[in-house]
Design a protein around this ligand. Structure first.
Ligand code: F6R
Length: 260
């Protein structure tokens, strides 16, 4: 795992965007795995800014999102389809046929999950998978106890996750109980996994992910098995890392250092 610690959330977001930009510069037709949630909002805002400034081009990429709530149609305001349309796909006018999310309103969610994994394989696999992390260590919606070999499937959300995400829903609305999520095996097949975490609320989960045992108790710990995982943190999210000083020596200010 490459652990990059930046001084504040803005610097962590900028570093994450830089990694995405580098991937797209090297391979404009890259397949990106995308995440939603509060952590990713500034990432998409910055990507839109940089694309509008002509510094980065997203129009040739293909994308697959990690997850979608079961029961929400794409046009529902809290669906992840809407999240992506509002923050990235719409502002950049991306071709909808290149952007993929599981259909939350599919009549057979299990079949939809299997179709989604097959579509990723058909596209040649994911070049760069963007990830956030839940306070309980989930990635995608792989909640604690998820098989570390899981394919894309339907998962029941924990109460903690539903409470954390209630902030995005109106007072009269309830957070769905189920989601279709890329599995841990799907995430591990990506050629590069980039996880961004900011804020003290993520510090415990980040330490368990990077320094705890490989365990379904903290699904993000599966990234210890990923051949190329980059973890981008701000100082608050890095606060509980025992080996922090070492990571900061290897990558001062979260930057690459030339060998020699
Ligand atoms: C979102 C997703 C989740 C979030 C995680 C953190 O597509 O898969 O794993 O990345 O719940 O969410 P925030 O960023 O809102 O704290």
């Amino acid at each position: 795992m490459k652990i990059l610690i930046l001084p504040d959330p803005a610097a962590a977001v900028a570093r994450c965007v830089e990694i995405i930009a580098q991937t797209l510069n090297e391979k404009p037709q890259a397949v990106l795995g995308l995440a939603t949630g509060g952590t990713m909002e500034p990432v998409y805002a910055r990507l839109v800014e940089r694309a509008r400034a002509g510094e980065i081009a997203l129009d040739r990429m293909t994308s697959f999102n990690l997850d979608e709530y079961v029961g929400l149609p794409p046009e529902h305001s809290q669906s992840y389809h809407s999240y992506m349309r509002d923050r990235l796909f719409g502002p950049l006018g991306l071709d909808p046929s290149r952007t993929h999310l599981p259909r939350g309103d599919a009549p057979d969610p299990a079949a939809e999950a299997a179709r989604f994994d097959a579509a990723i394989a058909q596209a040649g696999g994911i070049d760069l998978q963007l990830l956030g992390i839940g306070g309980n260590g989930h990635i995608g919606f792989n909640e604690p106890s998820s098989s570390l070999a899981s394919p894309t499937r339907v998962k029941t959300l924990t109460l903690a996750t539903r409470e954390a995400n209630a902030r995005f829903f109106g007072p009269e609305e309830t957070v769905p109980r189920f989601a279709i999520t890329m599995g841990i095996a799907t995430i591990l097949r990506s050629r590069h996994a980039v996880l961004l975490a900011t804020g003290t609320k993520k510090a415990t989960a980040v330490a368990a992910m990077a320094e705890g045992p490989l365990s379904a108790r903290c699904p993000a710990s599966a990234l210890q098995l990923h051949p190329r995982a980059t973890i981008v943190l701000d100082a608050d999210a890095a606060a509980d890392l025992e080996l922090r000083q070492y990571y900061e020596t290897v990558h001062p200010q979260g930057q690459e250092v030339a060998l020699g």
